[in-house]
Design a protein around this ligand. Structure first.
Ligand SMILES: Nc1ncnc2c1ncn2[C@@H]1O[C@H](COP(=O)(O)OP(=O)(O)OP(=O)(O)O)[C@@H](O)[C@H]1O
Ligand SMILES: [Mg+2]
Length: 253
């Protein structure tokens, strides 16, 4: 069974006069660490929000952990982890309280929550900040608390929208080790603009542009799509540029 199976998925955002941010996308993903790449506005956040059951599909079919997106989603939500691109929190919450609250929202058995929260904070290197208030954290630390709440229930499907934004180099390395570990058991989908993250941490790459799938394969396969004439600092970046520029109409930049 694939953790994610989408067929001809369309997701309209911004109401009736809005746009199809995801536009006929078909994708199957199982266990492993999958990197979701694509330019600004490609539809990555909309796709991840849909996979996280925050946003409903407009048409097409979607199955998450074997459950159709139109079916009973509460049991699926207990098995999901989701880090939004932007998230809010009560500033007066302590770090531990915030992660406990999210664990409770995910309907974890209360008796398991304290230990699970301790372990999640340990995994993102924030054990020593557990009793500090959220408002006292740096931006990168807040991001790591976001990662902790996403993994607290040991999800089978983990969706991380730009998790490495604001992380310092040491924390990015630690993050890569963490997702490699998680990807052995779970399906992990990570959106990022950092091609090095994908090269280092991901078993495969999903490239989207204008709401559709442009490429799915290994980082090495993506690298072969580029040539020396394409813009980029590395073979993977040049592969990315080759596949995006083949489709896009070009912008002012
Ligand atoms: N609530 C909304 N109302 C109207 N348009 C929206 C809304 N959310 C997203 N869009 C549009 O949908 C498209 C896809 O946006 P999305 O946020 O999914 O892209 P993204 O790939 O995550 O981009 P980024 O790399 O900048 O995070 C964009 O054209 C965006 O303007
Ligand atoms: Mg986004």
């Amino acid at each position: 069974m694939q953790a994610i199976q989408a067929d001809n998925l369309v997701v309209r955002v911004g109401g009736r006069k809005g746009r199809d941010a995801v536009n006929g996308l078909s994708l199957g993903l199982g266990r492993g660490v999958h990197g979701l790449l694509g330019p600004n506005g490609a539809g990555k956040t909309t796709l991840i929000r849909t996979l996280a059951t925050v946003q409903s599909p407009t048409s097409g079919t979607l199955s998450l952990l074997g459950t159709p997106a139109g079916g009973k989603l509460r049991p699926v939500r207990r098995r999901l982890g989701y880090l939004p691109q932007h998230f809010g929190y009560y500033k007066r919450f302590k770090v531990r309280e915030f992660v406990e609250y999210l664990a409770w929202l995910k309907e974890m058995p209360p008796a398991l929550i304290p230990k699970a929260v301790r372990e999640a904070l340990e995994r993102v290197g924030l054990s020593d900040r557990a009793e500090d208030r959220m408002k006292s954290l740096s931006g990168g630390m807040v991001r790591r608390v976001g990662i902790a709440q996403a993994i607290v229930n040991e999800p089978e499907l983990l969706l991380l929208d730009e998790p490495t934004v604001g992380l310092d180099p040491a924390q990015r390395l630690r993050f890569r080790e963490l997702v490699a570990e998680l990807g052995r058991e779970a399906c992990v989908l990570i959106s990022t603009h950092l091609v090095e993250d994908v090269a280092a941490a991901c078993t495969d790459v999903v490239l989207v542009n204008e709401g559709s799938l442009v490429f799915q394969g290994s980082p090495a396969d993506l690298a072969t799509a580029g040539t020396a004439s394409h813009v980029g600092d590395s073979p993977i970046e040049r592969g990315y540029t080759a596949l995006i520029s083949a489709k896009s109409t070009g912008g002012a930049w």
